[in-house]
Design a protein around this ligand. Structure first.
Ligand SMILES: Cc1cc2nc3c(=O)[nH]c(=O)nc-3n(C[C@H](O)[C@H](O)[C@H](O)COP(=O)(O)OP(=O)(O)OC[C@H]3O[C@@H](n4cnc5c(N)ncnc54)[C@H](O)[C@@H]3O)c2cc1C
Length: 405
């Protein structure tokens, strides 16, 4: 016998789980379906997630409105300044929240803590049925419902939300085309100790090998994300801890003193993937299933949280919000398109500028950085990106709790 729900969310990563929390206060019956068993591996499929996630002020407001932030507060670090420099070239740019009358440019939280906070929050919600482990391996769309098949009984829902990541089974099964751009780059991430501290300051350094970002943590360590060409990254992953730290130090310099205490390193292959449609017959794609971005601008989850805010606005509109759902999904798609296109474009161009070996562009980048400190317009763009509201009236983006009217 099939199990019946109003909404089935496939994928229990950051995006699917946050959506489940957001929809939990609605009158809809929700199923959250995840292929991995509870708490053995996180959504990255690894036992550990050592990443540090940069959240915009708008994303923080969403987590506050959902009641998730109170568990994150003690582990979060506000970013008040970003220091941007180019190895071997003159010029540095400083973005300071005080120049924009803002309290911060965003917040950093350890990925593991974010997962824990979302998961523990979800346990309080009786409306959300977690179906896990359950790998969706077939799907049938009908006029009035979608049926999912996996290892157990089929699952039926009036609306299917695909939050099943970059290689989305649902997107592929529905034949939704994807624009792919391999970057041939890998991000190496990890956490290190430093001897000099610059509180609440993040650093971006364009090194000869690729952009290196250092992010402050609450435990006085710094998280790093170093984007390298695939071959170089492979070699760096094979280095001893001592040698890797030496390379990292020489690329970054001594603005944070001496590096020490490297914990584990992890590598993430990078690509751009943009789904050509977000909606199809009672189904909507969100998060990495809809678009997977380069992490250079830390926008992937932030963009997905804005998707969640807008989608919830539609699904909370009324108790019968799922009637005529296809039309409502099309409205959702047209509302989200400009923000998604803008963010995809910005992230892709930034990565190109930051990693290009083209000597002219590289020189422009160096000169550009020297000039940029004096160009408020660019700072404005960074501030807009970090506030992340983009003119939307979605309640979650304004930090307001959701209720069905
Ligand atoms: C190095 C790095 C640093 C980053 N830093 C930032 C940052 O600072 N800020 C930011 O905003 N973003 C950042 N991002 C991007 C962010 O991590 C992603 O946007 C976000 O994690 C996407 O979450 P998701 O839930 O959509 O996908 P995923 O995390 O991939 O989750 C998908 C889930 O679906 C499940 N699943 C897949 N197939 C099935 C199936 N058939 N049946 C059932 N379940 C299934 C998987 O097991 C998984 O749990 C970063 C990314 C990287 C790689």
């Amino acid at each position: 016998m099939p199990r019946n729900y109003d909404i089935a969310i496939v994928g229990g990563g950051f995006v699917g789980s946050t959506l489940a929390c957001a929809l939990a206060a609605s009158t809809h019956r929700i199923a959250l379906i995840e292929r991995n068993p509870v708490s053995t591996k996180n959504s990255t499929g690894r036992d550990q997630d050592e990443r540090n996630i940069a959240l915009t002020c708008a994303s923080k407001m969403i987590f506050e409105a959902l009641g998730v932030w109170e568990q994150l507060d003690e582990y979060s670090v506000p970013i008040e300044k970003i220091h941007i420099s180019d190895q071997g070239r003159f010029g540095a740019m400083r973005v300071d929240c005080r120049n924009h009358e803002a309290d911060s440019l965003g917040y950093l939280v350890p990925a593991e803590r974010l997962t824990q906070a979302i998961q523990s929050h979800m346990r309080h919600h009786k409306h959300v049925k977690r179906i896990q482990p359950y790998r969706v391996s077939n799907i049938q769309s009908h006029e009035d419902k979608v049926t999912l098949y996996g290892e157990g009984a089929p699952i039926e829902a009036k609306l299917l939300i695909a939050a099943d990541g970059t290689h989305s089974f649902i997107r592929n099964a529905l034949g939704i085309p994807v624009e792919k751009k391999p970057y041939c780059q890998t991000a190496i991430i990890g956490n290190i100790g430093v001897t000099d501290h610059h509180p609440y300051t993040a650093f971006v350094r364009f090194t000869e090998q690729g952009p290196l970002v250092l992010l402050p943590r609450v435990d006085n360590c710094y998280g790093f994300v170093w984007t390298l060409e695939d071959g170089v990254a492979q070699k760096h992953m094979a280095l001893s801890e001592y040698e890797f730290l030496r390379q990292l130090q020489s690329a970054f310099g001594h603005r944070l003193g001496y590096f020490a205490r490297l914990r584990k390193r992890f590598s993430y292959p990078l690509s751009l993937q943009v789904s050509q449609r977000l909606v199809q017959q009672r189904t909507v794609l969100v998060g990495n299933a809809a678009q997977t971005l380069h992490p250079v601008a830390a926008q992937g989850l932030n963009l997905a949280l804005r998707d969640i805010a807008e989608l919830c606005e539609i699904l909370y509109a009324s108790q019968d919000a799922l009637d005529g759902v296809n039309d409502k999904l099309r409205v959702y798609e047209s509302r989200r398109q400009p923000d998604i296109e803008g963010t995809v474009h910005l992230t892709d161009r930034l990565n190109y500028l930051f990693t290009t070996n083209n000597p002219v562009l590289a020189r422009v980048r160096g000169v550009g950085l020297a000039l940029l400190g004096a160009i408020p317009v660019l700072e404005q763009r960074i501030m807009q990106q970090s506030s992340g509201a983009f003119g939307s009236t979605a309640r979650l983006l304004q930090g307001k709790a959701l209720q069905t009217s």
